[in-house]
Design a protein around this ligand. Structure first.
Ligand SMILES: [Zn+2]
Ligand SMILES: [Zn+2]
Length: 328
């Protein structure tokens, strides 16, 4: 099968949703991303791929195979702001664009670029990351050309019903991204899940600036675990995942992900036989990671440390510019 070809996965007789999965290549390690074309009272697409020419081709091809053109799409709905999901928002001339208010912070590049740089610099300094790496990580985060730059038409809030899709409810599920929503069909009990739960890999609880644009960092892994627990409280027949295959056994996979994090958290506790900074713990926890992966591994380590602080096993003290973690 051609990499860019679409795969029609479900037509529900007699119900109100037809879902077509469109597989889109990305320039990232994660591989392809999935967009979902949903026909209800409105014709909507959930996520739109990275802003690259090959991704555009895949989108056009997938939509055409489903019997439509880009101009037929009435709504673009975003699970979250990451560029593999929110890149091609301006490819649809007649579509309204819906997503979390936070997405506008990313689309509205110029104004917030310096705020974001300052936020990351402060966090990396607290983690005691050497100066040479701080600038590198900020440069990687600054790469904005793969993002779309159209403002949203409408902000989605927690528990909103999606226009044109009666019974399709948005649930705010932060952790992997501060803008993250899943969309739950109350009738078919199917979920469009974005990056909340992926079949093959764990979602990274990325450190991102908070929704209120303060400098207080959200505790991403704690948020993420809460979002996963919320997911298991829903009665789900199938989860359409942002990368890879659909997931049927949601509870089992959530359990696997949370157990793995708890194991890692215990490892971090072992590493803290003497007080250490986030950077020092990261170097021990991920000895083989390269410089390019440092931003991601720091996010993961920070998450495990946050969990240990929350569970009152360790404490965090400010020492000069950086934070030092030690056992209680
Ligand atoms: Zn993502
Ligand atoms: Zn993704």
């Amino acid at each position: 099968m051609n990499k860019y070809s679409f795969r029609e996965i479900e037509k529900q007789g007699g119900t109100d949703m037809e879902i077509t999965k469109i597989i889109i290549p990305t320039p990232y390690d994660v591989g392809d991303v999935n967009a979902f074309l949903v026909k209800g009272e409105a014709l909507s697409i959930f996520d739109v791929g990275t802003k690259t020419p090959t991704a555009y081709e895949a989108l056009v091809h997938g939509i055409k195979n489903a019997g439509y053109q880009l101009s037929d799409i009435e709504q673009v709905i975003l699970t979250h702001h990451h560029p593999d999901h929110a890149g091609w928002i301006e490819a649809f001339p007649n579509a309204r664009i819906l997503g979390h208010e936070y997405i506008d912070y990313w689309m509205n590049k110029e104004e917030l670029l310096s705020y974001r740089d300052d936020f990351y610099e402060l966090q990396l300094k607290k983690q005691a990351v050497p100066e040479e790496y701080i600038q590198k990580i900020i440069q990687i985060r600054r790469r904005m050309d793969l993002y779309g730059n159209t403002p949203l038409t409408q902000f989605i809030k927690d528990r909103d019903e999606i226009p044109g899709h009666p019974g399709l409810i948005a649930y705010y599920t932060p952790g992997h991204a501060q803008s993250h929503f899943i969309f739950y069909n109350q009738k078919s009990k199917e979920v469009i899940g974005g990056d909340l739960l992926l079949e093959k890999i764990a979602s990274n609880p990325l450190i991102e600036p908070p929704v209120d644009l303060s400098f207080d960092r959200p505790k991403s892994l704690i948020q993420y675990h809460e979002s996963l627990k919320f997911l298991t409280s829903l009665d789900i027949t199938k989860l359409y995942s942002g990368h890879g295959n659909d997931i049927v056994d949601v509870k089992e996979l959530v359990d696997v992900r949370i157990q793995k994090d708890l194991l890692r958290t215990n490892q971090v506790y072992e590493i803290l036989h003497e007080p250490k900074t986030v950077y020092e713990v990261t170097k021990e926890l991920y000895p083989n990671a390269n410089d390019y992966q440092l931003g991601l591994t720091l996010s993961k380590t920070q998450g495990y440390l946050d969990l240990l602080v929350k569970n009152e096993r360790i404490r965090c003290e400010q020492v000069g510019e950086y934070e030092l973690y030690s056992r209680l």
